[in-house]
Design a protein around this ligand. Structure first.
Ligand SMILES: *Cc1c(COP(=O)(O)O)cnc(C)c1O
Length: 393
């Protein structure tokens, strides 16, 4: 028998169990490495990559596979790769598919982090970026450059809630040999499945609705198998992949996606209608309002749900915005979105800081713009709280 110190060092090393436990829910696999019988076994693993076998935590683990299968299924995709954040997902697409000299065409009001990635980081490696309003197809056509590789847009944009016509955008892009990547974070596959409309890849900040409880950072990219295999190879090499516990939390959140989205979208519609009628609100941006510039398209593309983000414009006055936030004493100013509870954000000073003041002004991201991530509270409570905050007595 080996000595106590040796046996202690080997405590918990995996031994095949005679009777496998059969948990209803997949456990968290915290092992950072997996074992092999011998050299033939490891060679066979590399040759066949059999499902259910893993080598090293960074290259894959059961919790990551489980989340990827679930999201690929929801997006009707051939495959998916889960990453440590939404930004890691966009980075993985870029590193897997672009080379120096290539360009991407970004929707003008793209998430500030996406802008920063291309302008401040990938720009230094020779990847260029241009901007276009993706709701204007003539402008898109004119903005495509000989080296444009991807058009990157959001299915419902952050924070202005512009809705591009994905089918038309994909047809236009494909006519020029360009692929379309849709950031489907705001709409989720419950409202729209961009791949079905002709997009080539879809990504999520799974930090948001897919997880839905403000307790995990994660991202997912979905596409056909070949595209995912190059994106995954880049993600694994660079180490952009998702940890077991975060994958487990994201999968747990996903189980209630439909319930959460239905409740939050219904609340958002009611809140948008309230804000639209209120004299203190200069403008209410929500695809579910009839005056939204893409209301008809959103109805066709999303069905009956229009998302759970409502952006409202108060006067461009910092004091007014601060008073509004303080009067919403139960609703946190928390610069993210998609938790179960309603929260507020201020794009100018948080998510869209990476834009210059002039760029923000050109896009309408002003001091009075407030982005409301509507949660699943009881509708009447929310409406009462917002009425109180807007009224100012
Ligand atoms: C939050 C967000 C991202 C970035 O995701 P992280 O998980 O924060 O890295 C990308 N796109 C959109 C639309 C987002 O809201």
């Amino acid at each position: 028998m080996t000595q106590a110190g040796t046996r202690a060092a080997r405590a918990g090393l995996n031994r095949p169990l005679r009777e496998a436990p059969r948990p209803e829910v997949q456990p968290v696999y915290l092992s950072s490495v997996y074992t092999f019988e011998d050299v033939d076994d490891v060679e066979q693993y590399y040759a066949a990559r059999p499902e259910g076998r893993y080598l090293y935590g960074r290259s894959g683990h059961p919790n990551r596979s489980e989340l990827e299968r679930a999201v690929a299924d929801l997006e009707h995709a051939g495959a998916a790769v889960a990453t440590s954040s939404g930004m890691a997902a966009i980075t993985a697409v870029a590193l897997g598919t672009l080379t120096a000299g290539d360009r991407v065409l970004l929707s003008t009001d793209v998430y500030g982090g996406t802008l920063e990635l291309f302008r401040s980081v990938l720009g230094r490696f020779g990847v260029g970026c241009d901007f276009v309003d993706c709701t204007d197809l003539d402008a898109v056509e004119r903005a495509i450059h000989a080296r444009t590789r991807w058009i990157i847009c959001e299915s419902s944009s952050n924070p202005l809630l512009a809705v591009p016509d994905i089918r038309a955008l994909a047809a236009c892009a494909h006519a020029h040999g360009v692929r379309v990547l849709v950031d489907n974070t705001f709409a989720t596959p419950l409202l729209v499945r961009p791949l079905e409309l002709g997009a080539d890849a879809v990504l999520h900040s799974a930090t948001k609705y897919l997880s839905g409880h403000s307790d995990v950072s994660a991202g997912v990219v979905c596409a056909d198998r070949d595209t995912i295999s190059v994106i995954e190879a880049a993600a694994v090499t660079v180490g952009l992949v998702l940890s077991p516990f975060d994958a487990w939390l994201a999968t747990r959140g996903l189980r209630t996606l439909a319930l959460r989205m239905r409740a939050a979208c219904a609340n958002a519609q009611a809140l948008a209608e309230l804000c639209d009628r209120h004299p203190s609100v200069v403008e209410t941006l929500y695809p579910g309002l009839p005056q939204h510039p893409q209301h008809a398209l959103a109805t066709a593309q999303f069905g009956k749900l229009y998302g759970a983000i409502v952006s409202i414009r108060l006067e461009d006055d910092r004091d007014r915005v601060n008073r509004f936030m303080r009067r919403l004493s139960e609703i946190p100013f928390a610069p993210s979105l998609a938790g179960a509870a309603t929260s507020l954000s201020h794009p100018e000073t948080t998510s869209h800081r990476a834009f210059t003041k002039d760029e923000r002004r050109a896009r309408g991201i002003s001091e009075g713009l407030i982005r409301v991530s509507v949660g699943i509270e009881e509708t009447s409570d929310l409406l009462e709280e917002f009425t109180h905050a807007l009224d100012e007595d």
